[in-house]
Design a protein around this ligand. Structure first.
Ligand SMILES: Nc1ncnc2c1ncn2[C@@H]1O[C@H](COP(=O)(O)OP(=O)(O)OP(=O)(O)O)[C@@H](O)[C@H]1O
Ligand SMILES: [Mg+2]
Length: 172
């Protein structure tokens, strides 16, 4: 049997990381961790006060996600993290060298529509604009796949499973 993947589900806000992540983990038979749960208290305070995080705030958060991912090496796991910039993914890989990325992609209108139906979450249009402006897609040297988010969560999860099949598994 091949070594299970440690997957980071990435993409702009509203692409379905929190929706697809647990479904993908269940299909792979591995644990899921929600990236948002790894913020240090200082970040939570800042976000609660409505202050946007800067990159300096993000490093300890990414390191905590990376530590979890590293702990799953050889065992498998799925964690969500928007990981919009190459530098964020480099940071995750530095902590967890074998991670692979599933980049959830979709057109803006679809994502905006889904966000508008999300309960208990208000996402101004400008925030989605800034997410798309910040996004740096996976580069050819990065282990990962792009998965389109049209269709049902089950369809997207099946698409992600198929796409992951194309990636080499980490060596034992
Ligand atoms: N395939 C789908 N079909 C219909 N609705 C969906 C689908 N995937 C996700 N949604 C809905 O779209 C909204 C955004 O999804 P979700 O919260 O999973 O995104 P996210 O990437 O985790 O966002 P954030 O970055 O803000 O945490 C939610 O209301 C979710 O229920
Ligand atoms: Mg989420």
């Amino acid at each position: 049997m091949s070594t299970p993947h440690v997957v980071v589900v990435m993409g702009v806000a509203g692409t379905g990381k929190t929706t697809i992540g647990p479904l993908l983990a269940a299909r792979l038979g591995v644990p899921y961790a929600e990236g948002d749960d790894f913020h240090p208290p200082a970040n939570i305070e800042k976000m609660s006060a409505g202050v946007p995080l800067d990159d300096e705030d993000r490093w300890p958060w990414l390191d905590a996600i990376g530590t979890w991912a590293h702990g799953r090496a050889g065992l498998g796991g799925v964690v969500s993290s928007s990981a919009l910039k190459r530098s964020y993914r480099d940071r995750l890989r530095a902590a967890a060298p074998g991670v692979v990325f599933v980049h959830l992609t979709g057109d803006r209108a679809l994502i905006e529509n889904r966000m508008s139906h999300r309960k208990g979450h208000f996402m101004p249009t400008a925030l989605l604009d800034s997410q798309f402006a910040t996004l740096q897609p996976l580069q050819p040297d990065e282990a990962g796949v792009e998965v389109d988010v049209s269709g049902s969560p089950e369809e997207i999860t099946a698409r992600a499973m198929n796409a992951l099949e194309t990636l080499p598994h980490p060596a034992r």
